[in-house]
Design a protein around this ligand. Structure first.
Ligand SMILES: [Fe+2]
Ligand SMILES: [Fe+2]
Length: 269
């Protein structure tokens, strides 16, 4: 079973490259299931129902998110009725939406997707390690579901890497999001879980993590009269990973990064 995971989609540039390239990529790589982090899809801030529907229409199966999930007012209204859009599992009890859902694949296989948010330098949320351990008590590979995909939305690399090792052998994939820069440490951990610290972003890399670089620089240079940052609007690059998983064990057989678009053109695997 082949999974494609794409990193945070940032603004129009990110949406355009995903909408134009995803159908071809799915066909070429024989992808069965697509997950994308959509927390910055709407002008860099959150996601709308319309954008969700555009992504589903080109073959996205599940949209994960993170700290920006509530940036658009409408999201809290529609997330409860849209099971394909997840918010972090460790948000406080009573938060609208869900952080873990199970979806049907071909051949009656089932995949669980879990979206969880780190605790370090992030908004307050329940303990990320405790929360996922509790959830996995009743979500076992080969018993309850055939595959488990985990998006850990976190700021620091060590927290994501620790999570990879913590879940090694229990899930198909642990992949990081939020930092918007693709790391190059894709691998299969000792007990069979595929891992990469950050999937990168789908957006314009001639920017500061997807946002207009002049505006971002003003902020770092502490210049007065700052405006809210907006996404860079140049051509986008799609960034993510492809994981090929064993249908019997649910563990990974192969992981490789994928980038398509205006940047990283020299990269080859
Ligand atoms: Fe993000
Ligand atoms: Fe984020």
């Amino acid at each position: 079973m082949n999974f494609l995971f794409l990193g945070d989609i940032v603004g129009r540039s990110g949406r355009d490259i995903v909408l134009s390239e995803l159908p071809k990529l799915k066909a070429n790589e024989e992808i069965d299931f697509v997950i994308i982090n959509g927390e910055n899809a709407a002008g860099g801030y959150g996601i709308t129902k319309k954008i969700c529907d555009e992504l589903f229409a080109v073959g996205v199966d599940v949209i994960t998110s993170g700290n920006h999930i509530w940036d658009q007012k409408e999201t809290a209204d529609f997330i409860s009725s849209e099971k394909r859009l997840l918010r972090p599992l460790n948000f406080i009890e009573g938060t609208p939406g869900s952080g873990c859902e199970i979806y049907s694949l071909k051949n009656n296989k089932k995949v669980a997707v879990i979206n969880i948010m780190g605790n370090i330098y992030m908004k307050k949320a329940d303990d990320v390690f405790n929360c996922i351990a509790m959830r996995l008590q009743s979500l076992k590979l080969g018993k309850d579901v055939d595959f488990i995909i985990v998006d850990i939305h976190a700021e620091i690399t060590s927290e994501k890497m620790a999570m990879g090792h913590y879940l090694d052998g229990q899930v198909t994939l642990v992949v990081g999001t939020h930092s918007h820069v693709p790391t190059y440490d894709f691998r299969i951990l000792n007990n069979g879980t595929a891992y990469q610290t950050d999937a990168g972003m789908c957006g314009d890399y001639d920017s500061v993590i997807g946002m207009n670089k002049d505006g971002a620089l003003k902020k770092f240079l502490k210049q007065p009269n700052l405006e809210r940052l907006s996404p860079a609007l140049g051509k986008g690059t799609l960034s993510g990973i492809i994981v090929r998983a064993d249908e019997k064990t649910g563990l990974a057989k192969d992981i490789k990064p994928i980038t398509i678009g205006a940047h990283f053109n020299q990269r080859s695997i």
